[in-house]
Structures are given as structure tokens and as C-alpha cells.
Design a protein around this ligand. Structure first.
Ligand code: HSE
Length: 318
């Protein structure tokens, strides 16, 4: 074993998933904040989480119940050559769980990448990117109850990502050809992803499906070509957003306030409760974020705001 079992630290950023019509497919990286997972090999087989900081004691240390732990376990089990090794993890949560900003995916991605890098650098095993994906997706599935990669992909790759399929995995990535600012509102409310998925319709009328895939394809075209009019028209989701909006008091008013402020479009970030809007410039993004926060506040929901960008930055070794 080389590198004297030092800690390998990996950072993975916050992400916005779904992005309107791209439920379970589209996502983009926010660059920061993010989670850091440190990994090092030990001689004791299995995964041991030795510390979690920044979670106020909310997250479990048992690896089978922790997204980073499941990611690491998946990697160890996928590599016969790793059977004699164990991995110790230490997790720094920079992202609040159940916020809609891809907290579980960030931990899963950082846990998977840190484990794989530790095996590479400390046991000489080849870096297996497919296994990193599998580990990250398995970790995310623990938190959400389903295999989807719309937070995992941008947390790993940065930019705007499209998960065409998870089995076999096929992911596209691009950077929008248009300058955008992202307005974010983060209500002081927790919505576990599993609960936000339980309210979703099991079937969708064909007419709604047609409108949605027209919007999804048009949204990507608009971002790739910088077509602002098309972006404004396509950033709509009439399938998932309306049912989840009921979980966020004041969502409809907040969205209208953002649109009135001049954003291109606005929707729930991932499973919520965070809300994002894409804006043409900083002033509009700031006005939209403030207006959304005020609208939620009128419904008794306190929140914090941020204005940021779609970041090219994904996960990285620190
Ligand atoms: N696409 C997922 C959802 C993202 O909206 O449920 C959160 O895991």
C-alpha cells in the first residue's frame, strides 16, 4: 500500500435537477457550495464512516444507511481485487439534506470518487469510472428510492447534463451558449425526496407527454443556440411541478413574482423545496430571488436566497 494511507479528499457541488421539463434527466452544477468526502484504505474489510461534520447529527454513520457509505460499499463489492481492503470515510456536509440542491448526490459522488481514488493511489487498482457512476447512483438511490442520475451527473461532470438512460448509463454534457444567472430561493422546509416522489402521477396523458418532450427538447436547443425566446417558452413543466407545488406554501405566487421580475423561467429545484429561476442578468436574478422570498414569506415560509451561475465545475480531488 502506497501513500501511507493518507486521506484522499473529494469535493462535489450542489446541483439543480429536473430543470423544468427534464424530470429525472436534466441537471446542472452550481459549483458551490458542496460536500467533501475523505477516504483512506484500511486493512479491515468493509466501510467505516468515522465522522460526519455539518449535519447536526442528522445523518447515519452506518454505511448501509448513508449515501456516501453505499457508494463506497458498491465500489468495494464491484472490485474483487479490493476484497481484502476496507475504506474509512469522513464526511463534511456543506449542503443541507432534503433541500432540493442535490445534497445526497453530492455525498454519493464524493464518496464514490474518493473511494476509487483511494483504491487507485493506495492499492494500485485501476481507476474505474463506470464503477464510480454505479456507486454514486446506488448512493443516490438510497436517499430517493429510485435509480436516477439527474443530480449525480452534474455533480460529477459539472455543466448542464442530460441522462439519456441509467442502464446502460448514457450521459450527455454541455455548457449553455447563453449567459445566464441562476436565482435560488431555499425555504426553511425539509422535503425528503422519497416523499416528493410519492405524490407523483403514475401515468401521464399523451397530450401532456407530447407537450413535455417538446419543451424538454426545445429547452436544450435554446440553451445550445442562445435562443432566449425559445428558452422562455420551453422552461415549463406541467406534469411534476403542479403536484409538488402543493408541498411548498406560496410556490405559485413565488413563481409568478419571479416571472414578473423578468426571468426566462422558474421551477422547483430537484424534489424541492428549493426554487430556481434562470435570468438574463444579475439585476433580474437578484430581483427575482428577493421577490420569491417575499412571496413565500407571505405564506409563513422563511427562506434564504442566492444568485449564482451554471458552473462548468463538477467533482474534483482537493
Ligand atoms: N429527479 C429527482 C426528483 C431529483 O425530482 O425526484 C431528486 O432526486
Amino acid at each position: 500500500m502506497s501513500a501511507a494511507r493518507g486521506w484522499i479528499s473529494v469535493y462535489a457541488p450542489a446541483t439543480v435537477a429536473n430543470v423544468g421539463p427534464g424530470f429525472d434527466c436534466f441537471g446542472f452544477s452550481l459549483g458551490e457550495p458542496g460536500d467533501i468526502v475523505r477516504a483512506r484504505l484500511s486493512g479491515e474489510p468493509g466501510v467505516r464512516i468515522v465522522a460526519i461534520n455539518g449535519d447536526d447529527g442528522a445523518l447515519p454513520l452506518e454505511p448501509e444507511r448513508n449515501t456516501a457509505g453505499v457508494a463506497a460499499l458498491t465500489i468495494l463489492r464491484g472490485l474483487p481485487a479490493a476484497a481484502k481492503f476496507g475504506v474509512e470515510l469522513s464526511i463534511d456536509k456543506g449542503l443541507p439534506p432534503c433541500s432540493g440542491l442535490g445534497s445526497s448526490a453530492a455525498s454519493a459522488v464524493a464518496g464514490a470518487m474518493a473511494t476509487m481514488r483511494a483504491l487507485e493511489q493506495q492499492a494500485g487498482l485501476p481507476y474505474d469510472l463506470d464503477l464510480v457512476w454505479q456507486g454514486a447512483l446506488a448512493g443516490e438511490a438510497l436517499a430517493s428510492g429510485s435509480f436516477h442520475g439527474d443530480n449525480v451527473a452534474p455533480a460529477l461532470l459539472g455543466g448542464f447534463t442530460i441522462v439519456q438512460a441509467v442502464n446502460p448509463l448514457n450521459v450527455g454534457r454541455f455548457e449553455p451558449a447563453i449567459t445566464l444567472r441562476v436565482a435560488l430561493v431555499m425555504p426553511k422546509l425539509l422535503i425528503p425526496t422519497i416523499e416528493a416522489r410519492a405524490v407523483l402521477p403514475k401515468e401521464v396523458p399523451l397530450r401532456q407527454a407530447v407537450a413535455n418532450w417538446a419543451n424538454a427538447a426545445s429547452l436544450v436547443l435554446a440553451l445550445l443556440t442562445g435562443n432566449e425566446k425559445l428558452l422562455r417558452a420551453a422552461l415549463h413543466d406541467d406534469i411534476v411541478e403542479p403536484v409538488r407545488a402543493r408541498l411548498i406554501p406560496g410556490f405559485d405566487e413565488a413563481k409568478q413574482a419571479a416571472l414578473d421580475a423578468g426571468v426566462y423561467g422558474c421551477s422547483i429545484s430537484g424534489a424541492g423545496p428549493a426554487i430556481f429561476a434562470l435570468a438574463p442578468d444579475d439585476a433580474i436574478a437578484r430581483a427575482a430571488a428577493d421577490a420569491m422570498a417575499e412571496a413565500l414569506n407571505r405564506h409563513g415560509l422563511a427562506s434564504t436566497t442566492a444568485v449564482t451561475s451554471i458552473s462548468p465545475q463538477g467533482a474534483r480531488v482537493l
